[in-house]
Each structure stands twice: as structure tokens, then as C-alpha cells.
Design a protein around this ligand. Structure first.
Ligand code: SAH
Ligand code: SF4
Ligand code: F3S
Length: 473
């Protein structure tokens, strides 16, 4: 209706000024809508909530329907080539609406924006705004620039930005679990990894702002928080006058003390940095989940050295032993890369034997994808043929399936404390939740309990990795 109104006025030359005034009035009266889609790791999903918060100050509300949006943001990942391909394909789908909705602003945020910078604007004519992960406070200004008919870009990385004072707008939230970003960037320079280039230097967020966010979430009814960082074990914050210093173990304790009813998870741990102090803190508090994501990447020391992971096979095994010694029941998951530069068959076998040794609960498994500009791309040759990488990956996945099943089976007959997240995907007669060890647990609905409640579930059977059981009092 309003569009028609404007169109008819535009035919009348003498009234064009009036049409513009009317258009501006409509824009300020109708609440502008933001559609935001996130790819990549949890940090990106968490950042999208910061973006939504910054734009809510400008009067934007979020919409799950991109066809009705005034601004479409796609928060991107560069970790592997196929992550970038997915984003490019998605942008093509937005093309059609851009043709019919001339005022629509399309922005690329996150790691791919940071990696490609202004190249993005050249390559993808559709895109109006390119914004790196440390420049989100500039978004309102950048959107104004686009509304004035320019393309806009800000990909400056910062040494200080942590968005500590921004209170995230929770997106796609179940109202039960939420992410809390505790640090940004990464100083580790693993040779295969693009993250140090897309996210900049590591910096830790004010510990008190983290505790406050956890408290606010608890007050809003949340029951689980996941503390996020690329390498949480190197979290280190000091107050301005240096009188207060907080490491990751101390931060964990501070968050655990918010309430015994608030569950705490964290990701990701780095094998070189995880300390016994962290493990003892985990053991001390029932509400810190006994689950550690400890990416191994490879089981072979020469490859680990080429990857610049700064630990070797023995060191990693030592960390697993420490976890098992201090928390015998603790679940461990991992990330594995197949076919890294010059990896031999025997070295690949060592990855499989490492997996046999640990028998991970879960794993994220990838074939090596060379990323432009990384140390590996500069100094090493991506010489393992694609079919060999894929065959090794298939072997890794098959072995992990056996181990996931083995770990799930070991839970049969045990009582798990489960936080109910909602109905199971398959049936409204069942609830789905997560155990302390991060297993998905399915069990029949009992009206006495609602999503957000903790229940004790006796595990009776399993699928490959899901536990199935019933509530016991
Ligand atoms: N900070 C985390 C990992 C972040 S990236 C850590 O240090 O473990 C998530 C995972 O993606 C990595 O653990 C790695 O297994 C995988 N990955 C990163 N770069 C990759 C690449 N170039 N090719 C294939 N997989 C990669
Ligand atoms: Fe990448 Fe290594 Fe940093 Fe993880 S620790 S984000 S793999 S550089
Ligand atoms: Fe991807 Fe950036 Fe995360 S590259 S994995 S979105 S830090």
C-alpha cells in the first residue's frame, strides 16, 4: 500500500520532494528489520547477538524472514574453503530480492569479510557493507553510509575490543542455554589456521562483566552458559591498576559460584595450555560440566610440529591422563585434520592409534583445506592428493563412530543429570536434553517437568551417540 502510494507520486515531477519526505517518514515510523544468518564457530553465533544488540539501539528488530528485512547480514567463516563457498552460494540466493527491493542493505560480517576486505566488494557486486569482527560498533554509521548511496567497509582489527559492555540480544534462543564470549582473537599461529588473521590478537574480557552476564542470564531463567574463546586456557585478565588478576581456572570458579543451578561449559581448550588448576576447579564444582573439547588435530609428533601446535603426541597423552586422573568420568572430544602437508600413511595411522587410545566421546573431523596467507600455505606444500585426504578422513570418521557408540554404551545403566531443552525432534511424546557429558538424552515426557528443569534419567539404551532412557526420581 505504501509502496503504491510512493510510486504514484513519483510520476508527478512537482511532488517528488514530497515523496522523499514521505519515504523518510515511513522509514522512521516503520521499525527497520534485521535478518542475520551465522556460519562457522560458536564465536560467530555469539557475535551475531552482539550485532543484533548494537543495531537494536538504532531501532532495529530482528526477523527470521529475510524477505521482509531492510538489512540482511551474513556472518561468515573462512576456516575451510567449503565454508566460504557456502557463503557465496547463499549470497547468490539473496540476489533476487535485491532486484525487487532496491533499498535493501546486504552486509558481509565476520571472518570472510576480514580475510577478503575490499576484495569482497569487487567480487560480489551485490554486497553493500563489509565489516570485520572488531568493527561492529561502527555498524550504525556504516549503514548510514550505504543509505546515502555509498559502499561501506570497516575491517580494522583491535587489540582492546571485547564488547564487554554490550548486552547480547539472544537469537534463536531456547531460553535455557546461552554463549558468553570471554575472549577474542588468537595468538597461537597454528600453521593451517586462518583465525589469527581474521580475528586478530588475543584479548580477554573483563572478568566481572562475564560474571554479570552469567548472573543476568540466570535471572532471565537460563540454566546453562558456555564460555567461549579460541583458547580459553590462555584467558588472562587484569584490572586497570593491576591489583586483580584472573586466569581461566579462577574465572571458571567465579562463574560456577553464580549459582549451583547454572551449568557451565566452555570451549575450546588447547592441549598446550590446559592446566591441572583448571581440572581441579572442574572437579570441585558439580555445576561445571565434566566435558572437555581438546582438539588433537593429529596423533603424530612430526605433523603436530609442522602444524605448530607446540605439543607432541606424548604431551597430549599426558594431558588426557591428567584429565582421567583428576576426573575419571570426564568426557573428552576432539578435532582432527586428515591429510595435512606431507602426512604419510604411517603418520595417519598414528592419528588412528591416538583415537584408539583416548576413545573420544565425539569428534569434529576435517580434511586439510589450505587457506591463503597462512604459514602452511606460505611454507609447506599441500601435497597429499585429495582422494587420499578423503580416504583417510573416511577411516577417521568410521573409527570415531565406533568410539562414539562405545562411549554411549558405557552409559547404559547409569543415571545422568539431564537439563531438559525441549521436545525431541522426532516426537512430542519425548523430551530431549543434554547430560553433563554433553550427550543428547531422549526420554518420555513427564508433565511434572518442563524445559529448563534438571531431571535424573536412567539410561536404558542408545543409538550411535544418543542416550535413551526414563526419568527416575
Ligand atoms: N581454536 C580451536 C579451533 C578453532 S577452528 C583450537 O585451537 O583447537 C576449529 C577446527 O577447524 C580446528 O580445530 C581444526 O581441526 C579445523 N581447521 C582449522 N583450519 C583448518 C584447515 N585449514 N583445514 C581443515 N581443518 C581446519
Ligand atoms: Fe586456530 Fe590454533 Fe588459534 Fe585454534 S589455537 S584458533 S587452531 S590458531
Ligand atoms: Fe570460522 Fe572465524 Fe570461527 S574462521 S571457525 S568463524 S573464528
Amino acid at each position: 500500500m505504501l509502496e503504491l502510494d510512493l510510486a504514484s507520486k513519483q510520476h508527478d515531477e512537482s511532488r517528488q520532494g514530497e515523496a522523499l519526505v514521505l519515504e523518510n517518514k515511513i522509514k522512521s515510523e516503520h521499525q527497520r528489520k534485521l535478518y542475520i544468518e551465522s556460519y562457522g564457530c560458536a564465536m560467530n553465533f555469539s557475535d551475531s547477538e552482539i550485532v543484533a544488540s548494537i543495531l537494536s539501539e538504532e531501532g532495529f528488530t530482528t526477523t527470521p524472514d529475510y524477505t521482509e528485512a531492510d538489512v540482511i547480514f551474513i556472518n561468515t567463516c573462512s576456516i575451510r574453503e567449503n565454508a566460504e563457498t557456502r557463503v557465496r552460494n547463499r549470497l547468490k540466493q539473496f540476489k533476487a530480492i535485491k532486484r525487487t527491493n532496491k533499498g535493501l542493505v546486504i552486509g558481509v560480517l565476520g571472518c570472510m569479510a576480514e580475510r577478503l576486505k575490499s576484495k569482497f566488494l569487487e567480487e560480489e557486486q551485490l554486497v553493500d557493507v563489509v565489516v570485520g569482527p572488531d568493527a561492529y560498533r561502527d555498524l550504525p554509521n556504516l549503514i548510514h553510509q550505504v543509505n546515502d548511496g555509498q559502499k561501506a567497509i570497516n575491517v580494522l582489527l583491535s587489540r582492546e575490543e571485547t564488547y564487554a559492555d554490550v548486552s547480547p540480544v539472544r537469537l534463536n534462543s531456547n531460553g535455557i542455554s546461552a554463549f558468553i564470549s570471554i575472549m577474542r582473537g588468537c595468538d597461537n599461529m597454528c600453521s593451517f589456521c586462518v583465525v589469527p588473521f581474521t580475528r586478530g590478537r588475543e584479548r580477554s574480557r573483563d572478568a566481572h562483566s562475564i560474571v554479570k552476564e552469567a548472573q543476568d542470564l540466570l535471572n532471565a531463567g537460563y540454566k546453562e552458559v558456555t564460555l567461549l574463546g579460541q583458547n580459553v586456557d590462555s584467558y588472562k585478565w587484569a584490572s586497570a591498576d593491576g591489583s586483580e588478576q584472573v586466569n581461566f581456572a579462577q574465572l571458571l570458579e567465579m562463574v560456577a559460584l553464580v549459582s549451583p543451578d547454572l551449568r557451565i561449559r566452555f570451549s575450546t581448550s588447547h592441549p598446550k595450555d590446559i592446566t591441572d588448576e583448571v581440572l581441579y576447579t572442574m572437579a570441585k564444582y558439580d555445576n561445571i560440566c565434566k566435558y572437555i573439547h581438546l582438539p588433537v588435530q593429529s596423533g603424530n609428533s612430526r605433523i603436530l610440529d609442522l602444524m605448530n601446535r607446540t605439543y607432541d603426541r606424548e604431551w597430549y597423552i599426558g594431558k588426557v591422563d591428567a584429565i582421567r586422573r583428576i576426573m575419571p568420568e570426564c568426557a573428552i572430544s576432539t578435532d582432527v585434520i586428515s591429510g595435512f602437508c606431507s602426512e604419510t600413511e604411517a603418520e595417519h595411522q598414528e592419528t588412528l592409534s591416538m583415537m584408539e587410545l583416548v576413545k573420544y566421546e565425539f569428534a569434529y573431523m576435517f580434511s586439510y583445506s589450505e587457506r591463503p596467507g597462512t604459514p602452511a600455505a606460505k611454507k609447506l606444500t599441500d601435497d597429499v592428493p585429495e582422494e587420499v585426504k578423503q580416504r583417510r578422513l573416511t577411516e577417521i570418521i568410521a573409527l570415531q563412530q565406533q568410539h562414539s557408540h562405545y562411549r554411549a554404551q558405557k552409559r547404559i545403566g547409569k543415571i545422568e543429570k539431564v537439563l531438559i531443552e525441549g521436545f525431541s525432534k522426532k516426537s512430542k511424546a519425548d523430551y530431549s536434553g543434554r547430560s553433563d557429558h554433553n550427550h543428547v538424552v531422549i526420554f518420555p515426557v513427564d508433565e511434572k517437568y518442563q524445559p529448563g528443569d534438571y531431571v535424573n534419567v536412567l539410561v536404558e539404551k542408545t543409538t550411535t551417540a544418543t542416550l535413551i532412557g526414563r526419568i527416575v526420581e
